[in-house]
Each structure stands twice: as C-alpha cells, then as structure tokens.
Design a protein around this ligand. Structure first.
Ligand SMILES: Nc1ncnc2c1ncn2[C@@H]1O[C@H](COP(=O)(O)OP(=O)(O)O)[C@@H](O)[C@H]1O
Ligand SMILES: [Mg+2]
Length: 260
C-alpha cells in the first residue's frame, strides 16, 4: 500500500519527497539560527489548516506568539484568523518559569494540548530549551527511565543522558499521538551533528537541514534532505529562497518530480 503523504505546501519542496512527509512521521528540521526553520514549520501548519482540514498545534519555546503571527503575516499566512476559526493553536511555554519537578512536565502538557485539540499536525519549535531544561529524578522515575533505587542514588546520570531522555520521551510521545510532526533543532556552525541534542536525528523519520551562506551582498539559502523514511528523496543540495510568500524551493531536479 502506498504511504499516505502530508504536503508541506512549500512551492517546489513536496515533489522532492514523493509529495510530502509520510503520514504520522516525525521530521527534524535543523540548521543554524536564521536559516528559516520556524518559517518552514509555519508553512507546514498553514497548509494543513487551510488545504487539508487538519488542525495544527504549534508549540513555541522560543518566540512569543504575537511575534510569530506578525512575521508569518508578512508572508501571507494569517494565523490570527485561523486561530479564531479554531483551525490552529499556538502555545508559548516560557521554560524559565517552570519550577523543577512541579506540576505537569512539558511532554505531558504537549500531549494533553494535542489530544484536546485533536491536532493532526504538530510543531515543536524548538527542542533546544526543552532538552536543556533540567528534570528531577521524580520525573525520570515517572517516565520509567529510572527505578526506585536509582532515585535514592542518582549516580551515573550525566547531563547528556538527561537531555537524551527528555528528547527520547518527547519523540515517543509524538509517535503515540497519531499526528505528523516537525521538531525543530539547532546546529552550531561547523558541527558534524544534525541536531543539538544528538538524539533526535536518530529517532526522527526524516531530517532536513537548512543552510544559509551570506557572502557580500548576495545571500545563498539551501536545504538538504538527510533522510526521509520510506521515500525516494532528492540527495543533493537544493537551492531555496525566502521571498514575499515565504520559502520557495528552486529548480527541483526533474527526476524527482512526481508523475502527474
Ligand atoms: N520579510 C522577509 N523577507 C525575506 N526574508 C525574510 C523576511 N523576514 C524574515 N526573513 C528571513 O527569514 C529568516 C527567519 O527565518 P526563521 O524561520 O525565523 O529562522 P530560524 O527559525 O531558523 O531562526 C531571517 O533570518 C530572515 O533572513
Ligand atoms: Mg526559529
């Protein structure tokens, strides 16, 4: 049976991946700051809500919602209106407000929001603050990552392991939600890794890395599809632009066009 596809609606992009993300997959969108990761995710949400009657939940850990709406509006995406119509829900979590070990974990919050809203598309923008936020040993026990004995003597649990556990928990929760998701991560310049946490790139079904190279007065944007499970995808560096309608992928190679 053919895999059902979820188009992003980004002009020129979907034909590089057989028409869209595989339904119920999790795609990691990574890149340095300013490469267009949030904008990419907003296209995905907008297309779902306006073209496919799929409600979308956008969880922001970085930018506040009015700022996102304002930026998106400049590219012709009116999320204010879509929110009033009940088609999208944008939530902002200020990670610094959270008291360690108190109340619901962010993963639980996201799960509840997504269920209540019946979201078919989910964006987590981004994993970086979430992954770096410390968790308590009680939370780890509630995730089932450690047992009662470990709780008494939490030795050997490094910071790196905590980050991995958080990301792992989030990704497996997204899998359970039966939605198609984008998780945004960030890579420091010159890094060989594809995500900041170095876990999501392995757990994700797809990985897209956005690049930006500013030389003099010309700017060069491109994307690379590092992986896309169950999909014959373009493997080369794909040029893209951010124009007045947002992201536009240029000159997709003919062999990747889906036959009409
Ligand atoms: N009106 C605009 N026209 C063209 N490019 C823009 C416009 N507004 C923002 N941009 C570009 O889009 C980028 C922001 O994209 P964004 O998705 O917020 O990046 P990221 O989430 O990767 O940090 C900016 O770096 C800027 O270069
Ligand atoms: Mg961003």
């Amino acid at each position: 049976m053919a895999i059902e596809r979820e188009p992003t609606g980004i002009p020129g992009f979907d034909e590089l991946i057989e028409g869209g993300f595989p339904r119920y997959s999790i795609v990691l969108v990574s890149g340095s700051p300013g490469t267009g990761k949030s904008l990419f995710s907003q296209h995905f949400v907008y297309t779902g809500a306006t073209k496919f009657e799929q409600k979308a939940l956008y969880v922001s850990f970085e930018q506040r919602i009015p700022e996102i709406y304002e930026q998106a509006k400049r590219f012709g995406m009116d999320f204010d209106l879509l929110e009033k119509q009940g088609k999208v829900r944008f939530v902002f979590y200020d990670i610094s407000n959270r008291v360690l070990g108190e109340g619901e974990t962010y993963v639980e919050l996201i799960k509840r929001e997504a269920r209540e809203f019946n979201a078919k598309r989910i964006v987590i923008d981004s994993l970086v603050p979430l992954a770096n936020f410390p968790v308590s040993v009680d939370e780890l026990a509630s995730y089932g990552f450690i047992n009662e004995i470990d709780k008494l003597m939490p030795i050997g649990i490094s910071e790196e392991l905590l980050v991995r556990m958080q990301v792992h928990k989030l990704m497996s929760t997204l899998k359970d939600l039966r939605a198609t998701s984008i998780v945004v991560s960030e890579i420091p310049k010159e890094s060989n890794w594809l995500s900041r946490d170095r876990v999501s790139e392995f757990m994700a079904d797809g990985v897209i890395v956005l690049h930006y190279l500013g030389i003099g007065t010309t700017s060069n944007r491109s994307l690379v599809i590092e992986k896309m499970r169950g999909t014959k995808h373009a493997e080369d560096v794909i040029p893209m632009e951010i124009g007045k309608n947002g992201i536009e992928v240029k000159n997709p190679r003919d062999e990747f066009k889906v036959p009409k």
